[in-house]
Ligand binder design. Structure first.
Ligand code: URP
Ligand code: ZN
Ligand code: ZN
Ligand code: ZN
Length: 528
C-alpha cells in the first residue's frame, strides 16, 4: 500500500481496526437477563464484529459462534464514566493513573468507555490541549473514550476555538471552574459568555461549582490559625460554599437558557439546591435542563473522623468539592439518583500516590486534589444503590451508562444493549462478592479510598467492542493498550436541546490521520 507523503516517517501503515484484530468476532450471550435503562427481559444477545446484531430468543446463528452462558446474571451496557483525569498535570504534579492503567482498571470494573478532560492552562490554546490529550490517549486506551474541554480563560479566540472543536473535532461539552482561583477559575462575566457560547453551539456547559474566592480567603485564615492538616481542606469549603456556586451557576444558565451539567455534586446542600432548581425549570415553558453528577467517592465513603488520624489516610481522601463529615451524605445522594434529581455517577478519578499527596504536609492547600474510582464506580453504585434497595437494575444502568450516553449524545451507539449498538457489554453476577483493596485493584495508584468495602455484584465478563476482555472476573492478558478509540460527541443532544435537534454531520476528524499507530507495536496492513 502507498503511504501519503506527509505521513512518511510518522507511521508506515494504519492499525487494523480493533474489531478485526479479534479472533472471536462472533459471540452469543445466552440465558441472561438483559437490562436496559427502560426495561429488563430474558434475552439472548448476538454480537458480530464488535456490534450487537440480534437480541431475542431462539435466534438462527452462523457456525463458529462462541457462546457464554449468562444464566442468573445481568447483561447490561458497559459503564460509561463521564468524569476522569488520567495523566492530568495538576497542582504541580501529574495524576498516577495514565490512559493505559486508568482504562484497564475501568474495564476490570465493568466500565467500557470514559470521558476525560482536556484542560488547558490559562494561556494555552484549546485545540492544542485537545491535540495533546488525543496524543496521550490514542496509543494507550483499552476502551473507547471521549473528551470534554476545559475553559480556563475567556477571549474571542477561546470562543472561536470552542466553535471549531464542536464543528470539527467531535466535542460537545466544556467544563469551567468557579473554584481554583488564580489557576483555572473564571469570573461571573466569563461564565456568562461561556454559557452563551455553549448555548449557541448546542454544547453542554459543565461546571465545577464551588466559590473560589471564599475558598481562597478561608484557606488563608485557617492556615494563619494553625489549621494546616488535611482536615483544613473541608473546613475551607464547607457545604454552603458548594451550594452557593451550584445556585449561581443554575441562575446564570437559566438567564442564558443554556443546558447545564453540574459535575461532582458532593453534599446534601448542593444536591438539594440542584434538585429544586431542576424541578422549577421543568415546570417552566423554557424547560432549561439541569443535569447533576455525583461521584462514586461521595456514594461509597464520607469524611470519617478516624481517617483524620494519619496524614496519609486523610490526604488520600482529599478532593474538591470534598467528602463531607455528615455521615448521611452517601445515602441522601443515592436517594437523589433514585428520584431522578441526579442523573449520573462519575468517578472524577484523579489519583495521586501517597508520596505525591505528601506535598501537602504542613499546608492542606498543597495536597494534590483527587481520588480513585474509575475501577470501583460500578461496584459501589451496585452495592450502595441496588443491594440496598434504593435503585433497581434499570436505574443502575441509567445512572452508570445510559444517561451519560444521552447527555453526551452518543446514545444508542453506547449505553444500550440493542441491535446496532456497540458491543460494550458487561455480564454482571449479582451474587458474587469482592472486597475492594489496593492489593488487588488494577490502578497504578497505591491507595484506595474504598479499601475493605465488600461489594455484591462483580463484572464476570466485560466485552469491549465485541472482544472478551474480562473472563470469569479476570482481566485477560490480551487486553492491549491502544485498542480503544476516540469517540466523537455530536452537538445538540436531543435530551438537552429537544427543540433544536437538527441533523448535524460531523466531518471526519481533520487530524484523524495524524493519530496513526505511532507506537508501532504491531502494524497490520489494511487490504487495499
Ligand atoms: O479534586 C478533584 N476533583 N480533582 C480533579 C479536578 C476537578 O476539579 O475535577
Ligand atoms: Zn478464546
Ligand atoms: Zn472539578
Ligand atoms: Zn474532575
Amino acid at each position: 500500500s502507498t503511504v501519503p507523503s506527509e505521513m512518511k516517517g510518522l507511521a508506515p501503515t494504519k492499525k487494523l481496526p480493533f474489531h478485526l484484530q479479534s479472533s472471536h468476532t462472533r459471540l452469543l450471550i445466552k440465558n441472561g437477563t438483559v437490562v436496559n435503562a427502560d426495561k429488563m427481559e430474558e434475552m439472548d444477545v448476538y454480537i458480530e464484529d464488535g456490534i450487537i446484531k440480534q437480541v431475542g430468543k431462539n435466534m438462527i446463528l452462523p457456525g463458529g459462534t462462541r457462546t457464554i452462558d449468562a444464566k442468573s446474571m445481568y447483561v447490561m451496557p458497559g459503564g460509561i464514566d463521564p468524569h476522569t483525569h488520567l495523566e492530568f498535570e495538576f497542582m504541580g504534579d501529574k495524576s498516577a493513573d495514565d490512559f493505559y492503567t486508568g482504562t484497564k482498571a475501568a474495564v476490570a470494573g465493568g466500565t467500557t468507555m470514559i470521558i476525560d478532560f482536556a484542560i488547558p492552562q490559562k494561556d494555552e490554546s484549546l485545540i492544542q490541549a485537545y491535540m495533546k490529550y488525543r496524543k496521550l490517549a490514542d496509543t494507550k486506551v483499552c476502551c473507547d473514550y471521549g473528551l470534554h474541554i476545559g475553559i480556563t480563560s475567556w477571549s474571542d479566540n477561546v470562543k472561536n476555538e470552542m466553535s471549531d472543536l464542536c464543528k470539527m473535532y467531535g466535542i460537545n461539552s466544556f467544563k469551567f471552574f468557579l473554584a481554583y482561583k488564580d489557576m483555572f477559575m473564571i469570573n461571573d462575566e466569563e461564565m456568562y459568555h461561556c454559557l452563551e457560547t455553549c448555548k449557541e453551539l448546542g454544547a453542554i456547559a459543565m461546571v465545577h461549582a464551588e466559590n473560589g474566592t471564599l475558598i481562597k480567603e478561608n484557606t488563608k485564615k485557617l492556615l494563619k490559625e494553625g489549621i494546616t492538616g488535611p482536615e483544613g481542606h473541608e473546613k475551607s469549603r464547607p457545604e454552603e460554599v458548594e451550594a452557593e456556586a451550584v445556585f449561581r451557576a443554575c441562575v446564570f444558565a437559566n438567564q442564558v437558557k443554556c443546558p447545564l451539567y453540574i459535575v461532582h455534586v458532593m453534599s446534601r446542600s448542593a444536591g438539594s439546591v440542584l434538585a429544586n432548581k431542576r424541578r422549577e425549570n421543568m415546570q417552566q415553558d423554557s424547560k432549561i435542563p439541569i443535569f447533576g453528577e455525583t461521584l462514586a467517592a461521595a456514594l461509597g465513603t464520607y469524611w470519617k473522623p478516624h481517617i483524620c488520624i494519619s496524614y496519609s489516610d486523610a490526604a488520600a481522601h482529599v478532593l474538591g468539592p470534598p467528602l463531607r463529615p455528615d455521615p448521611s451524605t452517601p445515602i441522601e445522594l443515592m436517594k437523589l439518583l433514585g428520584t431522578g434529581d441526579l442523573q449520573v455517577v462519575g468517578s472524577d478519578n484523579c489519583t495521586f500516590n501517597v508520596k505525591q499527596k505528601a506535598a501537602g504536609i504542613g499546608d492542606f492547600s498543597k495536597i494534590p486534589n483527587g481520588v480513585n474510582g474509575v475501577e470501583d464506580r460500578m461496584s459501589i453504585v451496585w452495592e450502595k444503590g441496588v443491594s440496598s434497595g434504593i435503585l433497581d437494575p434499570t436505574q443502575f444502568v441509567a445512572v452508570t451508562s445510559t444517561n451519560v450516553a444521552k447527555i453526551f449524545n452518543i446514545y444508542p451507539k453506547k449505553g444500550c444493549v440493542g441491535v446496532g449498538s456497540d458491543a460494550d457489554i458487561i455480564i454482571w453476577d449479582p451474587k458474587k462478592t469482592r472486597k475492594i483493596s489496593t492489593k488487588t485493584h488494577h490502578q497504578a495508584v497505591d491507595y484506595n479510598i474504598f479499601e475493605g468495602t465488600l461489594c455484591h455484584g462483580v463484572a464476570e465478563y466485560v466485552i469491549v467492542k465485541g472482544r472478551i476482555c474480562v473472563e470469569e472476573g479476570e482481566v485477560k492478558p490480551t487486553l492491549s493498550r491502544g485498542q480503544g478509540e476516540y469517540v466523537q460527541t455530536p452537538v445538540f443532544p436531543p435530551i438537552a436541546y429537544p427543540e433544536a435537534a437538527p441533523v448535524i454531520e460531523i466531518p471526519k476528524n481533520l487530524e484523524d490521520d495524524l493519530f496513526l499507530n505511532v507506537e508501532d507495536d504491531v502494524n497490520y496492513e489494511l487490504g487495499d
